[in-house]
Design a protein around this ligand. Sequence first.
Ligand SMILES: C[S@@+](CC[C@H](N)C(=O)[O-])C[C@H]1O[C@@H](n2cnc3c(N)ncnc32)[C@H](O)[C@@H]1O
Length: 250
Amino acid sequence: MSDQLPPARPHLKFTEDGRRVREVLSYARRGSRFTPTQQEAWDAHHERWVIPDDAVDVPGFSLAEWFGRQAPVVVEIGSGVGEATAALAAARPACDVLAFEVWRPGIATTLGLLAEAGADNVRLISIDAVWALEHLFAPGSVEEVWTFFPDPWPKKRHHKRRLVSSAFAGLVASRLRPGGLWRLATDWGQYAEQMQVVLDGEPGLEGGPTERWADRPLTRFERKGLAAGRAIVDLTYRAVPSAPSVTSGP
Ligand SMILES: C[S@@+](CC[C@H](N)C(=O)[O-])C[C@H]1O[C@@H](n2cnc3c(N)ncnc32)[C@H](O)[C@@H]1O
């Protein structure tokens, strides 16, 4: 990043007369209180795995420095309690996994799972992944993006909050390296259809619904969806080499 003033992250944007700018975000602010187990995991492990939110505001922010090495980077968006994060990262020691989760109790639970799995190649951060993908990553710099069970925002008036939109698909396509993968899963039929329409319409991506990714562990969300009789849809899209870039670099 340059030495200029960094762009304001969501929740930090104000109008000239000091009012907070209303933003359409893909998440709702949920409770931030920890259970005793989460507090214990946080106290024991946050310094090892969590990147403080405001670290990204410091000019010269470097992911490689936070990981302590230069390796292919996988971005997980909405890691929840980290069931997939811990298992998938532990099985891929050659990659670094940056997991975005704005719900802090989820981050705290993830810390316990990372400690159990011994996954040193993960960093967690509690800021908006959409903002981060645009501002912290150069075009073509991401190995894979994982989006498992994004909030479905089922009410029609909330559909605009769904993470997978045309604009976001263009951004992901631009940040993936040519040939890099965007793996998605949802238990929400209508959202799966929307994802497919949106992603098929993005010239920088090719792919579609796939077999369930065998490596992906069964999470609480997936179990809940199955128990409610919902079908799980996995989609995998590949960044097309030399795709036209929709979004400019940081
Ligand atoms: C339905 S949960 C799924 C969690 C997990 N992937 C799983 O399969 O169990 C979706 C999560 O994404 C997070 N989330 C949604 N939009 C986000 C964003 N833009 N940046 C960071 N986290 C986000 C929410 O806080 C929520 O915890």
